[in-house]
Each structure stands twice: as C-alpha cells, then as structure tokens.
Design a protein around this ligand. Sequence first.
Ligand code: TPP
Length: 1200
Amino acid sequence: MLVVSLSPSSPLSFLPVPNPRPFVVSPLRRYCLHKHHKRRQCRGGSGLPLHLLHAVARRRTGIVIDVDEVNDIGDRDLPVDVSFTRRLPPALTLVDGIAALRRAAEEVKASPPAAGSGVIRFEVLVPPSTKALKWLCSQFRRSSLFPQFYLSRKLSSNPSVQLEISGVGSALCLHGSSSQVKDGYDMISRYISFDSDLMGAYGAVGMKYNEELSSIEEKAGSFYFFIPQVELTEFVGYSVLSSTMVWDHFVSHTFEDSVCLFESCFNQVCGSYDSAASSCYEGMMTNYIGESHLLETVNAQLVYLDGEVLVKVDAEISMQKEKFLMSEQSFIRFSPHFLFSANMDLRSESNKTESSIKSCSNINSAWASLIVEECVRLGFTYFCIAPGSRSSPLALSATGHPLTTCISCYDERSLGFHALGYGRGSRKPAIVITSSGTAVSNLLPSVVEASQDFVPVILLTADRPPELHDTGANQAINQVNHFSNFVRYFFNLPPPGDQIYARMVLTTIDSAAYNAMQAPQGPVHINCAFREPLDHSNQNWSFDCLRGLDRWFRNDEPYTRYLEMKMVSAFGNYSCSVIEVQDIIKKAKQGLLLVGAIHKEDDMWAVALLARQLSWPVAADILSGLRMRKVLNSFPGFDKSILFIDQIDQILLSDSVKSWINPDVIVQIGSRITSKRMEMFLESCFPSSYILIDTHPCRHDPSHVVTHRIQTSVADFAASLCQCNLERKTSRWKDILMVLNSAVSQEIMFHVHAEFLLTEPYVAHVIGEALYGDAAMFVGNSMVIRDLNMFGKGWLDHTTNGDNMMMHNIPDFIGATVSGNRGASGIDGLLSTAIGFAVGSNKHVCCVVGDVSFLHDTNGLSLLNQRAQRKPMTVIVINNHGGAIFSLLPVAKTASPQILQKYFYTSHDISISKLCDAHRVKHFLVQTKAELHDTLVKTHAEHLDCVVEVENQIDENANFHRTISMFVDNTATHYLEYLLGDLYSSTTSDLDRMYNTKIHAIEYMLYRIQLSAPRTSGISDSSCFHEGFILKLRMDDNIVGFGEVAPIEIHQEDIIDVEEQLRFLFHRVKDCELDVVPLLRGSFSNWIWTSIGIPPSSVFPSVKCGLEMAILNLLASQRKCRLSEILTGSNPLLRDQSLVEYNQNSSAGIHICALLDSDGTPMEVALAVTKLVDEGFTTVKLKKILSKISCEGWTSCKSR
Ligand SMILES: Cc1ncc(C[n+]2csc(CCOP(=O)(O)OP(=O)(O)O)c2C)c(N)n1
C-alpha cells in the first residue's frame, strides 16, 4: 500500500510500496527526487498564498462526478445528446491556433445548442515545433488551472512512434472506488466522442486521489479520470491543439457553465510560447516545478482511455492497470504544490554549479568549467572533441558535465563537418574543441560551409599563451582571426587568471552564442589560450574572481540573456512597402511560388499554408523539404489543394516551354536554388516583380533579378498575406503547367521503370521508399542532388498508417527535411555532416553520396561507429567509380578519354566494402533493382547503421540521362504545342471549357453480330456470333461519343459481369469531369482512379477500352476534329522532328484500323497489308492465331 498525503500543514509522506517495481530513473533523477522532498514554505510556485490558489483551482473545475455517490445510474450510461468534433483549418502558429479555437467557441456560444447534455470538441493543427512538454512548461508555470499533465508513450508501429500529449484543466472528472467500477466506466464512455480519434480521458487506476486532502493512495479498483479542457498532442510533423466543452443537466452543469470554464481556461492558455526557445527541457522542467514537492513513482503512472479502449474495458468487471494504455513517462500536477511523475528526466539541483566551480583544482579548469556550464545553460549541450593536450581543460570539463553529450574524432576536418551537420539538424550550435596548430586549420572547410549556409557552430580552439608565440614553440601558429570573415565573431580569450573577473568568460560565451544564432547565423570562434597545468593538478586560485556570480550560481540561466523587443505597430498595420508587396501579389496574373532551401519544419508548414492561400503553382526545390514530401493520405490526388510543379527542372528542358512560362510575379522562399536550369530560366524570364523572403540579410541573388527583398520568417510573411484576402483564381496558364507537369512526370516514371538496369535516376526516383516515420534525407553534391531534384518524388509513410490515431483528419502531406552542404557545395566532409545531422535532427537519416565524395571523408566512418544518441542511419553510396558529373559537362565532349578518366573522373577501383570492414560498419553491395529494394527493406527492419553501395558505370549513367532528357524535352514541347494548338486557341477559355466538360449521361445497348465462322479465340464454345455493348456518353451540351465494350474470354470476361459493371459505372461516371490529360499516353487508368475513384485494376479490360474510346470520340466530336488530333495534337508544323518520328512510330497516324488474319505465309500477309494500306488503312492489326492472343474486333487495337 502506498499512501501519500499532502496538505498545507503536513509534509509529504511516502511510505514504501509492498512490491515496488524498479524505478526506471537515472542517478540524476534520483538525486532530483531527493532534492524536491525537502520541505518548502507553504507557498505556491507563483508566490501566492496557498489557500488562495486552492480556491482558484477549485472554482475552475468542470463537472466532477463521484461515482460512489451516484446511486442510480439510470440512463446516464447512454451517450450525451450532442457530441461532435470539428477540425478547424490548420494554423500558421500556435497563437493562431488558440485564436481559432476561441473563435469557434464564440460561434457556438452565439447559438447555444438546445440539448441537455453534450460534448463539443474543436481541434486545430498547429506547427510541428509546438511540443507537448515545452508547451506545458513554458505556458503553465504561473497558471492556476489544474490538473496539468504530460504523458508520452510509444505507439507500436515499426519503427515505434513516440506519442506525446500534455494538457490542462478538467472539463469533466470522474472518480470512484471498486464497488462501482463498471458503472464508472460506462459513465466515462457517455462523454467520449467516437468521431474524434484523439478524444481521450486521462488518469489513474488503482489510485485514490483525494482532492480535499491533496493525497493519493493506492487502492485496488479505485480510479480517477478527467477529460482535459485543452490538450496538445504531438505527432511527427505536426501537433494538434484541442479544446473540449462538456455540459450535462444530470449533474447541473449547464452549457453556460461550460462556456465560462472554457473562457477562463483560454485566458490562461493565451500566454506566450516561444517555439524558438533553445533552453533544454530539463531546465524548463526545473523552472516549471519551482518550489513544489515532486513525488516520483511508477505506480502512479498516467493511463489514458480513448474510445477504442473504453469499448474494451467496458465489458470487464475488475479493472487492472494493464488493460489501459499506459504512459511510459508521465507527469501530473493536481495543485501548485502537489505533483507526481513517473520516469521523467528532470533537472539536477542548482547550487551544485557553485561547488563544482569552486572545487576546480586550478584556474584553467575553473574557466573551462564556466565555459561549458554557460554553453549548457544556453541549451548547447553537444560537444565535438578532438584529441590534444592544450585543450585538456576544455575536454575534461565537457566530458565531466552531467548534461553534455560528447563525441570524438581524430580528424578535425571530419569533426568540424560533424558539428556543422549537428547545427543543420538542430538549428543550434555544437561546440567543437580542438588543440592548437593545424588542428585548428583543419576546421576551415566546415567553417566555410557553415558560414556560407548560415549554420551556427561554436569553435573553442586551445592555444599557447602569448609568451610562446612567434618563438618557434611547438604547435604554435597564429590562431587569431584564423578563419577571417568566415566567422561571425572572434574573441581571443587571455590565458585564465584569478585577477580577471570570471564574469568576462561568461559574457564572452553569451556574446559568441548571440552572434552565432542571430541572423545571419554562422560559426563563431573563441581562441582559448592556456598555460600549464593542463590537467587537474592542484594550483591555488582565489575565489575573488567569482565575485558577482551569486545570481548566476543560484539559477540555471545564462549570465547575459539577449532579449528581443518586438515592435508592434499601434494599429497592427504593416509598413507601406509591405502593403505594396501585398498589392503586387494580389494583382498577379501568373504568379509562381518558388521554394528554395528551407531548414525548419515550421517553415515547411508555413510554406504549405502560404501555397494554399496563394493558390499559385509551386516549384519546390529538393532542399525545401516539400519536394520529397511525406504523403499522409494514401489516396493520390488528395493534395490537389496545392499545385506542385515538381518537374519544373525537367519541363524547362523544352525551349518552347521556357519561352512560354513567363510568370509575371515570382515569390521565392529561401534563397538557395539547386537547379542550374532554373537559375538560368530566372535570369531570362524577367517577371515584373521578384520577391525574395529569407531570414538572413545577404544578397543571395546570383541572377540579379530580385526586386523586393523581405527579411522575415515564412510564417510572418504568410501571416501578412492572410490579411489581404487573396482570391483563388483559376487560369489557363496554371492548368497548362499542371498538364505539363503531369505529362513529364509520367514520362520520367515510364523511363526509370522501363529500364531493366539499376540506374542512378531510378535510385533517385525510388529512394523515398527507404524513408519512413520521421525520416530525413541528407544529400551529397554532384549528381546525387541533381538527380534527386530531377527524379525525386514524395513518399507514402506506411509505418504511421496503421497506428496513427488521426487517420481521418490528418493533413494531406507534411514536409520531410532534406539537407545538404550547398553553402560551398564541396564534396568533402559529407558523411561526417550527415552523421551530425542525424544526431542534431534526431531523425532516421538516409544519406546519399557519390563514391568520390564518400572516399573524401572515410574518416567519417569512425563517427558512424559511435552510436551516441542517434537513430540508425543508412548511407547509400552511388559507386560509378569516379566523378560521373564530368561525363555530362561540355568537357566530356572535347577531352580525350584518358585525360577524362584520370584528371576529371578520378576513376578508381577502391574497395568500399573493405573500408567499411576496417571501421566495422555493415556494408551491402547492390547491383539490381530487386537487390536495392530488398536491402532497403532489410536495413529498415534491422535498425542498422549501414553503407549500401550501389554499383554503376559512368558511361551508362550519362547515356541514360541523355535519353530521358531527350524524351522529356519532346514530351514537354509536344504537350505545350498540343495545349496551345489551333484546337484550343480559337476562343479564350477553351482550356477552361475542357475542365468544365462533364459527362452528363451514360447509356449502353447490347449488340449481337452474326459471324460467318466460329471465333478463333473462343475457348468454351464454337458459337457463330459475337456480342457486346455499345456505350454512349453524353455531355451537358448534348454532344455524344460512342465506344464498344467487347468482352473477351481470354480476359476472363463474361457478358453478364460486364453488364453489371457497366450498371455500376452509370452512377460513378455521371458528372465526372473530362480532364483530357490523363487520357493520353496510356494514363487512362489514372483518370479512372482520380475521377471515378475506383481502382483501375478492378475494371474489366473491355469496359476500360470501351469507356476510353467513347471519351476520345466525345472529345473529338466536341472539338470537331479527328480522333488522331485528340491523340497527337493539332499542328504538326510546330512539332519537333524527333517527336514526329517517335509519334509516327507509335500511333500518330491512326485513322482506321484493320484486323487481318496472319495464318498465311509472310509474303501473303505482307501483300494483304500492302493492299489495305493502299486502300487508306493506316493501322493494321495482325491476328496471331497460334498463341491465341487475339482481340475481338477493332475496339482494342487503338489503345496505346
Ligand atoms: C572539395 C571539393 N573538391 C572538388 C570538387 C569538384 N567536384 C565536384 S563534383 C566532383 C566529383 C564527385 O564525384 P562523386 O562524389 O563520385 O559523385 P558523382 O559525380 O559520381 O555523382 C568533384 C571532384 C568539389 N565540389 N569539392
């Protein structure tokens, strides 16, 4: 039995549990528990007298039902009268989300429901940086709203997903003891709405909580559950904020009461939440808990119930904790001073810093400890340490601090890149510690990359003291301003001495950190000279130098905090120049949204909302995270709300498209663009306005085309546009772009899949299949990033589908981070950067690099071997045995093969497998498509760090790239010509009309034709007739098109089944829009899927064929042209010659089809064909008798 009680007058008592489960807590957490057990003054965390807080807390409780006191349940176990959940549109920020919930509640308040009982729930998707624990700690420190809780639990998918939820307030509370357990659960289920997967109740079973006494006691059968007023549920890529209003006349809690409660709750929730706050959770937890008593126990673990769980427990009489969804970690605060937690990672006591600094054996060690502690307080806890003697004080302090994570590497160049990668992933700096001399110089490549691409890194380089400089002393070089203007800040710390106030050390770190994090972010360098002793040898020093640090010793915060004063205009208006930009955007006729490299998930979130708002076509760069977006909805076409022109780079291969596109306004988010073709296009297209948005102030405008430069976040920019009511315009230009994108995408897909060999474009095309859950990509330079930009595509996350609780209301897609070293685009340090990125982002990283790049950084393999605090990663090396990129550059046409091989490709036959072996890193070699797939599945399943080597050849790769480019160029040119051709240019809105064309009615008629001889393909009978259906489609404007549905036995089609399917299609096809594009190039199946909404494979071939024919005939009648023109475009003069040939070789000239028996000699057949051609037949189909692969009649021969 566990009994804990707490009242203002009695200290917390904690009696041992009879069969205690082992605590899953680290020594640190045990220590923290000990600290909080100390008796405190009877004051709440906010400093208010305790009794007052008690009173406030109780006033704000919603419905409370003590099940033990309910004698007669009656029909209270029936569902409430009204129960619904409304999902509001996604919000740009958490503040917007809160405002949206408030507005929704206001609406309900304005027209209150008449029902006597009900549950109304609102949910809003908020940006991914809104984290449950952070929200709780930063929001509710001074709140008098209780209970406040946090829980996390692993979902059982593979790999498991962590679900984190926190919440405040109680809309409903139900508690009771064993005798009434069943009825109690029935009563909870009364309130749980089944139309919301997220709705749940939280609490404890086997625990009796007494609110009056603030005590909790272990008691079998007891339960305490509450439905929170507001909760935040965190998912991969987004979070959901929800509010719940419950009223019930049975317990005299009216709708007005629930509104009152809601309002008082939201007044508190509106506090600020700084998503960018870099301080670590541990620090936040300490502040949040403040002076309260904390009880840590696994027995009082939170459990939670959703609708599904309730159904299961409902039938049970005796309740056990195991039957519920248990949290792995939980935390609940019932009052300002009564809280308990299970398995939480809480912060150590303060005051410890003072003693640890004062116990330093010498001043070097004291300064090093101050530096490390200040970094930790700033939230920078990742230390990358290179070996060296002069840096010993720093290395010893960093490794000795309880909250740091350290990694080492003998190669400073790799280490520097690793720190860069960490900064890329976490958007906060890693700290690099090196010795003096060339150890420092080796950091230059990574410093250059960090500087060019605005990645924060803090370099602490050890140095000799001044008296050893310029004297020929060993390993002493000039390290002052070593990185010149590649760093944002440099400071040369004097050698430590107790005559200097230690505060100076702290302000130096704070200043460096500020400069690293302030736009433009980047690397900062502090050179730290040390005299001996460099180890822990004793050497007296005076504590006088610590004067002024009392406040710092007492708290957990950095010495100097740099605060931002946000200027808010008195009228909430934007400046004239911003209004000017809004105006330009409003008036744009052909606006294009270009998304360059962006790094934060919140920015991807904001861009998606911005794109929806603008309704412009979106061209997303591979580094935007939106190109290889994670598709959450498995129904293709569901993300139609945004028109992604993913194939823009390839579409621009066509000169005619390039000169046609002509956007009048371009808005570019994120200043870096990968595609050179795109850059060249931007250079030549001269839009009237080119608006660039990025957080840094630098001139990133290589083509010198930017007319408006706005230094702001995407969210702020999108918010400014929210105000100007953009109208959703449809335009012919946009539609054509969509068509071109779809056609080129089909063309690419065809080529990469049709090629038997495992090609590099194929790898880029399917690599998304290797991603899952919260995966991210790191892409190398050279061909890899270009291939991904050309052939990469979104991916469907299979892992979260089954277990994602919100399948019905999830967004269509979310951004998936793709990172790369594009600041200076070096092929050095890529592996090390990728590993750092995996640590910093805490994601499953898939890294793809070329072989030369890989060889450039094999020392990075030593970092791969240290699995400290990171998820497993897959490194894919595209081994074409040299630098393939040069084979596609002009030099490949002029230089001799020998020169190319040796001085450009740097061809090699180095064994990647043996290099991996040497570092004990798992290696797989793949040579075929099947092997690639199998290996990716295997590495995923086994959670391994591994290198997957994809074998390839430079020349084959170059040829395949050229082939695809040629076909894509032709396709884009052909389609543009087709869409702009005579047929569509006669009136202004032909294309629009095309989209407005709907099937008005569908009819069919059975036909039966007498045959002169039995069918050659008949299996079951030798009947002399052929039967099928004539399909008639009619448009709104009474234009009709006919098709023939001719069931064929070898397709296992039966006339009755076919008729049944036709009848079914009657309803589905009516009112379907005739989007002409998917009908072409064999993509009729797409039309069936996206427009009719049924899987194409379930449609009989004869029905598919007849339907396609009827639609094509319909379109031909509508456009008063021949069927061939519908298929091939109208104006052959505009056509590229190779395209003409290509089309002539396929089916460009189909006029009439003829079917010919081929049972004669080849000569006889040839003569018969010649005769038919002379008669005007352009397409003749040969009937192959022996193999019985025959089609009955002409309906099937025109299908392409
Ligand atoms: C540090 C550095 N050195 C040289 C280059 C020039 N360079 C660009 S791509 C490339 C070849 C890369 O070969 P690989 O990594 O195998 O990729 P692939 O070209 O085969 O895709 C070289 C040497 C560079 N970008 N950075």
